[in-house]
Design a protein around this ligand. Sequence first.
Ligand code: MN
Length: 134
Amino acid sequence: MDLFPAGSRPARQGDPNWFTGRVWLDPIMVATAPARNRSIRAIFEPGARTAWHSHPLGQTLYVISGTGLIGVRDAPPQLMRAGDTVWIPPGEEHWHGAAPNAVMEHIAIQEAESGFVTTWMEFVADEEYLMPPG
Ligand code: MN
């Protein structure tokens, strides 16, 4: 059993190659094999979002606070709010982030396949981000 005291593992800012705007990533778990769980808590400032990406084994998002957006290809983004859970299947290209005028905080739970959890793609264009939510 390992207990990781709050604050003992530093938060880091989202890599500007993969995120638009400022995002804080707070580690929850990098499990050792054979477990594959990789979990973080992420806080997006208003307007901040991930680039387009996919996860080899899918991803669960659980919104803790605020108002955010989740987008997939060829569809307007959808609003997500505190208490919402989102499941993104393996390989589905998507992005997630805060709404334009709100902070959003979520827990992101995913599993690593051969040590990797995310395939990164291009940034989300303003025209995609600002499309009225469906
Ligand atoms: Mn994702």
